[in-house]
Design a protein around this ligand. Sequence first.
Ligand SMILES: [Zn+2]
Ligand SMILES: [Zn+2]
Length: 244
Amino acid sequence: MPSKVDYWLKRLLPRRCVLCGMEAGYRNLCTPCLADMPWIDPRCDRCGAALTGAAERAVCACDDLRLECIDRVFAALVYEYPVDRLIVDAKFHARPDLARASGDALLWALGSASSLSQMWPDLLVPVPLHPNRFHSRGFNQSIEIARPVARRLGIKLARNACIRQRDTPAQSTLSGRLRRTNPRNAFVARAVVSGRHVAIVDDVITTGSTASAVAVALRAAGAEAVSVWCVARVMRSQAAAAKL
Ligand SMILES: [Zn+2]
Ligand SMILES: [Zn+2]
């Protein structure tokens, strides 16, 4: 069990980049590693996909994700190396520092996305884990991602505004059709979201099924607008190749 002294030393000393080990200031990723990430730019204002060719258009066909009750998706990165490793290793090797590094990347992208300023949310709601999974993993990666974003942008992190009432199988273990039906009715949101613009925070958006299930619950509890802020997005070509 780490002592309180260890805890504060870790908080106060400059952090090391989780990718290259260089000093990274208050972040978990250094500036050169951040600059080398596979950023989505330009991105679709509605579904977060990378726009190709006609960059003057702000939206694409937006037909590869389920966007039920979701106004817009903001995704920082293409789901490929090294962010795919950060996301997978955070969850399966119990590394909350990697999830916070993903949050640093999301924050970096949000900071340069001027089009978002009219759509700034009142609350950040991390995609909840079922208590069984939270206890076995020891942390919720979406909460860790949301922490640096909430702190730096001054947006309230409402970690208990939505709960997962059904313990559904992990999306990563399922194929396409099951992925789309698995999270339905798994979530319930609390009245704190009523009349608010809420941004759901997640690590990766693949089919949009989980985010949509959370968004449906948020709307049922009275949320006025729902955005999704995620670290990475699976692109249409990647989904087709993986038969998602
Ligand atoms: Zn680095
Ligand atoms: Zn789109």
